[in-house]
Design a binder for this molecule. Structure first.
Ligand SMILES: Cc1ncc(COP(=O)(O)O)c(C=O)c1O
Ligand SMILES: N[C@@H](CCCC[NH3+])C(=O)O
Length: 445
């Protein structure tokens, strides 16, 4: 068995299947450098598990969307990964920001992100979410249910008017796992077009003078590699826009098609190319609007994973190696507490030894976490050097999205730090959660 040769791919044009940041370079020691910094050195300096995020890769990926869709609003979906630095990078790259809680909103405000460029989402916005959104003056609030319409209008300060979008369900099944398919009826988000619920909500919003309906929103799901679902969404949403114009005499300046753009976790995984998306989706939008005699609304897209995911690398140290039941298990010092995705969606990752060169023949191994569940598996039957041993450092690419942001303190293992790398320098963005942090929350007896 041979080791994967993909670790040191040349700079990529955001097509194909890039697994590692474009800055990744092999070092003679068997190590890899990302953003000009050795991963093994980062593991020693910041401990493990640790998350490394390549600032240049984030910026390039933000620019790839800006370049593909120069006239559109690109709103980074902060749920993928958020920190003050990340907020600053996307702000400097000219993106808007999609948030879905008072926590994400407060961090954006603290970082000085322009409130006007913030979009607030949520199927169950708390009073604190809405209070903060109105106090800070967010640009748009996405209404997700009928009950929210009157309650939001009632909370508006006298004389104020809030721009809102309505999240609709087009009835399109897309996405890598049933838990993340949000374009279909029968799940909790949005209001279905079929059956007239979306149209009824539009009529109600139009009846609220304190709400300004600027357009429709839909988000189909996650890890969508094909363009077909987005093209179908355009057709369905523009048909609804035509119906709304005919029945209510209104046209809207915006259309938000959400995110969900696929990245590669393993060699050969299909990825979504922003340039192809732009051509197909804007082409279809122009065509459909012309067909119905509608003005072409300004497009918003909400990439999260596509921007943050491939910019991140997770570092773990091997704690134990065990051969049992005909399999070799390599257990690392993190797992489902810093990355619940394998347990939630059955996702499997790519893993590579860094920090030393090994000439041992590769053997198949299953890389598992340290948590108290047999489902705590990061990678299954992957080739790793046969002499892998405790103390070795393993690196996992495509780790920048929905890992740190979904991390928990399961088994009271503290959440990992996040370290930014750029031009040969590393700096801590988010510190490790210490045992003292965890103990200090326990205030009763
Ligand atoms: C409303 C909305 N927009 C954007 C996103 C970002 O999705 P992704 O990170 O898959 O691009 C999500 C999460 O799936 C979402 O719920
Ligand atoms: N958290 C998911 C996707 C859902 C994103 C939020 N709508 C993932 O890790 O893939």
């Amino acid at each position: 068995m041979s080791l994967p040769l993909t670790a040191c791919a040349p700079p990529h044009p955001y097509a194909g299947t890039p697994l590692w940041p474009a800055s990744t370079q092999p070092l003679r020691t068997g190590d890899l450098a990302v953003g000009g910094v050795s991963l093994a050195e980062l593991a020693d300096r910041f401990g493990t598990p640790s998350y490394v995020i390549d600032e240049g890769e984030v910026r390039e990926r933000a620019r790839a969307w800006r370049t593909a869709l120069p006239d559109a609003d690109i709103a980074y979906a902060g749920k993928a990964f958020l920190s003050r630095a990340m907020i600053r990078w996307v702000e400097e790259e000219g993106l808007s920001l999609d948030v879905c809680s008072a926590g994400e909103l407060e961090l954006a405000a603290l970082s000085g992100f322009p409130a006007e460029r913030i979009v607030l989402h949520g199927n169950a916005k708390s009073p604190a979410d809405l209070r903060d959104a109105l106090r800070l003056g967010v640009g748009r609030i996405v209404i997700d249910s009928t009950g929210e319409i009157a309650s939001l209008a009632a909370q508006m300060p006298p004389g104020a008017r809030q721009r809102v979008l309505l999240r609709v369900v087009p009835g399109i099944a897309a996405g890598a796992h049933s838990a993340v398919r949000t374009g279909v009826e029968g799940q909790k988000f949005g209001l279905p077009i079929a059956g007239g619920e979306a149209e009824d909500a539009v009529a109600r919003i139009l009846g609220q003078p304190r709400l300004e309906l600027v357009g429709l929103h839909c988000h189909l799901g996650s890890q969508i590699a094909g363009l077909g679902p987005y093209v179908t969404a355009v057709r369905k949403l523009v048909a609804l826009l035509a119906e709304l114009r005919d029945r209510h005499g209104v046209t809207f300046p915006e259309l938000d098609l959400g995110g969900g753009f696929a990245i590669a976790y393993r060699e050969g995984d299909p990825v979504l190319d922003p340039a192809l998306y732009a051509t197909r989706v804007t082409g279809e939008l122009a065509l459909q609007c012309a067909r119905f005699g509608l003005p072409v609304p300004r497009l918003t897209v909400e990439p999260g994973r596509w921007i943050a995911g491939p910019a991140g690398v997770a570092l773990y140290r091997v704690l134990a190696v065990k051969s049992t039941g005909g399999r070799t298990f390599v257990a690392v010092d993190g797992g489902m507490s810093d990355n619940p995705r394998p347990a939630l969606y059955g996702v499997r990752y790519t893993v590579r030894l860094v920090g030393r060169a090994s000439t041992a023949p590769a053997r198949s191994a299953t890389v598992v976490g340290r948590h108290c569940e047999a489902g705590d598996v990061l990678a299954e039957d992957v080739p790793l050097p046969g002499d892998i041993r405790p103390g070795d450092v393993l690196a996992v690419p495509a780790a920048g999205a929905y890992q740190v942001s979904m991390a928990s303190a399961y088994n009271l293992v503290g959440r990992p730090p996040v370290v930014a790398v750029s031009e040969g320098r590393a700096r801590l963005l988010v510190r490790r959660e210490t045992l003292e942090d965890l103990r200090s929350r326990d205030v009763g007896e």
